[in-house]
Write a protein that binds this ligand. Structure first.
Ligand code: URA
Length: 199
């Protein structure tokens, strides 16, 4: 963790952070992954989405949230007029994950893996400096809030790394539990209200 902290702290911009992560040799997940999945979207965005880890499609393409869950994520943000490609920071999202490498067979990341890589996501948030964070699912909440229990956390603004953060159900969870889309819609409207300054 100390090595990761030093490597992350030395990165003065996003390109340097990506390079520092690519050069980091202390996490075994890297050995089983095809690509480093750093981020996607507009780094000037007011909203930074933090997911869990790359899946198969993300590992192949080297981009976060491009598989089925990612397509749902894009539809969710489109429903409030936002997308990752938007050049307008007001309407853009920036997307990354707690872990930049795919865990074997998409297993849950181990606590020690999350702990080791935490300095990189912390630095990533500092460099992007978004107005708000969206924490997608339990792994993201566990890493950045130090607590899990997404069913209770979601739909409430909390503080993470000194910024307002909204825990939400992970889109992969929504694919398996369509009834929870109601809550996801509620949370998207909360996000929209916050960005408009009336949330
Ligand atoms: N699930 C995640 O948490 N992140 C991705 O990038 C893809 C699926």
């Amino acid at each position: 963790v100390a090595v990761a902290r030093e490597a992350a702290a030395g990165a003065g911009d996003l390109d340097a952070l990506r390079a520092a992560m690519a050069a980091f040799e202390f996490c075994d997940l890297k050995l089983g992954a095809r690509n480093l999945v750093f981020a996607d979207g507009n780094p000037a965005a007011r909203v930074m989405v933090i997911g869990e880890a790359p899946g198969r499609d993300e590992d192949i393409q080297g981009k976060p949230f491009v598989g089925r869950a990612g397509q749902l994520l894009d539809r969710m943000f489109a429903a409030i007029g936002m997308d990752r490609a938007n050049p307008d920071a007001q309407r853009a999202v920036y997307i990354t994950n707690v872990l930049p490498w795919r865990p074997p067979q998409n297993r849950d990341p181990k606590p020690e893996e999350v702990a080791m890589l935490l300095p990189f996501i912390e630095r990533h948030v500092d460099l992007v400096a978004p107005d708000v964070l969206v924490l997608m699912g339990n792994i993201s909440c566990g890493a950045l809030l130090g607590r899990k229990g997404i069913t209770r956390l979601r739909g409430n603004w909390v503080q993470a790394l000194g910024r307002p953060a909204l825990p939400m159900f992970h889109p992969a969870y929504l694919l398996r539990n369509a009834h929870a889309k109601r809550e996801a819609w509620h949370d998207l409207l909360m996000l929209q209200a916050k960005l408009r300054g009336d949330g």
